[in-house]
Design a binder for this molecule. Structure first.
Ligand SMILES: [Zn+2]
Length: 67
């Protein structure tokens, strides 16, 4: 019997945090990091302002979004 090499598959990837990135890859999956409009649904991004985000489509505004 061949001894199977047991290697602990422990991969820790540190994600670089950069402002202005709309997308990031999470496990090979493309994930949107920008807030989407809860009214318009996914696909409609909200414009990030200094202390609020607003939807340019329906005008929905959300305050106090801090990171
Ligand atoms: Zn909207």
């Amino acid at each position: 019997m061949a001894a199977a090499a047991k290697a602990p598959a422990k991969k820790e990837k540190k994600k670089a945090k950069s402002k202005g990135d709309s997308y990031k890859t999470d496990g090979g999956k493309l994930v949107r990091t920008k807030p989407v409009c809860p009214k318009c649904g996914p696909g409609v991004f909200m414009a990030a302002h200094k202390d609020r985000v607003s939807c340019g489509k329906c005008g929905y505004t959300e305050f106090g979004k801090k990171e």
